[in-house]
Design a protein around this ligand. Structure first.
Ligand code: TXA
Ligand code: MG
Length: 340
């Protein structure tokens, strides 16, 4: 299949992408978090195409993207009062809410779960293309399954060219990590995936929020995943990533004593000088938002440079830092070394 690359600002690009989507095609679209691989959510054949293009396990459900808050009524069987509060506070924006699913949503979208995940993105191109399509869009991140999520059209091209109809290029994604996912499908709201909307922000609006244990630890074999995505190895570059927890001086000494061919430091900006290895940076130490923006591109750079082992600085687990830490932990397959 020939994949078309449109610049979002090209005249007619958004309309063409919208038409293709409405008619069952697969198009990668920019959002404020990461690029999504979109299909018409009502079209189960188109949705099956997403799983095939990504190589995604069938039981991992998709998020449905809307461009008007009222569209949630067609997707969810019930919209509780807490959901309304979340929409008012955070939509449009990088928050996905899991609700009981309406019978209209194809089972392919929800991985046969009784729930559906809904998000109203704030990115102007995402909103324009959803409107142009005239239908809600099911869209996972637009990477090959298991690869780091794409934060630029180039990343999408690397993973999916020849497998999808088009890519709508809206530049780099301003947030850089996927949306916060909160489930309202049980008694107490539950954070399933941390993102740039923090658990502290959620609690300020809806009160008690549990943090799913899978946010910070590997899923135990006996337990069912609340969010099926959490059971798969995610965000993983080919390189083996090892998180190194401790102060900079101890990190530097550790990395320098482990230097060698194919070894790299995944460090903060400004730390390259002291390190006698290849380095790839992901933002500044005090800037968790900058780390979020840079992380997935940094993971892809490791592979582009043929790195075998990357020793990564360990982000602070506060605010959006929790999301950065969560993604890095998964990239590292939960391999963490404590030093200093
Ligand atoms: O920022 C984002 O959320 C991006 C952009 C494109 O919107 N999308 C994204 O989709 O990250 P994906 O498919 O890569 O991640 C969706 C996550 C998965 O971990 C999935 O298991 C979970 O949301 N999820 C989807 N539907 C669910 C449901 N009904 N119940 C629980 N978890 C669900
Ligand atoms: Mg994904």
């Amino acid at each position: 299949m020939k994949t078309t690359w449109w610049k979002a600002e090209e005249p007619g690009a958004v309309e063409q992408a919208g038409k293709l989507l409405r008619e069952g095609g697969l198009v990668a679209i920019p959002t404020e978090t990461v690029y999504g691989l979109a299909a018409n959510a009502w079209d189960s054949t188109a949705v099956e195409g997403i799983f095939a293009a990504k190589g995604r396990p069938q039981d991992n459900p998709l998020i449905i993207h809307i461009a008007r808050e009222s569209q949630v009524q067609e997707l969810a069987a019930a919209v509780p009062a807490l959901a309304q509060k979340l929409f008012q506070a955070f939509w449009p924006g990088p928050l996905t809410v899991v609700l009981p699913k309406s019978s209209r949503v194809p089972s392919q979208v929800s991985g046969n779960l009784p729930t559906v995940a809904v998000r109203f993105p704030s990115h102007p191109v995402a909103q324009a293309v959803i409107q142009a399509a005239g239908v809600p869009l099911a869209a996972p991140s637009a990477n090959r399954s298991g690869r780091p999520s794409p934060t630029s059209a180039q990343h999408v091209w690397e993973d999916l060219s020849g497998r999808i109809a088009g890519i709508l290029d809206g530049g780099s994604c301003p947030v850089g990590v996927e949306s916060t996912v909160v489930s309202l499908a049980q008694d107490t709201p539950r954070l399933l995936r941390p993102g740039s909307i923090t658990v502290e922000q959620l609690r300020a609006v809806i009160g008690e929020v549990d943090v799913d244990p899978a946010v910070l630890s590997p899923l135990q074999k006996e337990t069912a995943a609340s969010s099926p995505g959490m059971k798969y190895q995610h965000y993983a570059p080919l390189a083996r990533v090892i998180l190194v927890e401790g102060p900079y001086a101890a990190y530097r000494d550790f990395v320098n004593s482990h230097a060698g061919p194919g070894v790299a430091a995944l460090c903060y900006e400004g730390e390259q000088e002291g390190l006698r290895t290849d380095t790839v940076c992901f933002g500044r130490e005090q800037d968790a938002s900058g780390q979020a923006r840079a992380l997935f591109d940094a993971l892809r750079q490791l592979d582009a440079r043929g790195i075998r082992i990357a020793y990564a600085r360990c982000p602070r687990q506060e605010g959006i830092g929790l999301a950065v830490y969560n993604r890095l932990l998964r990239a590292a397959g939960f391999e963490v070394i404590h030093i200093g």
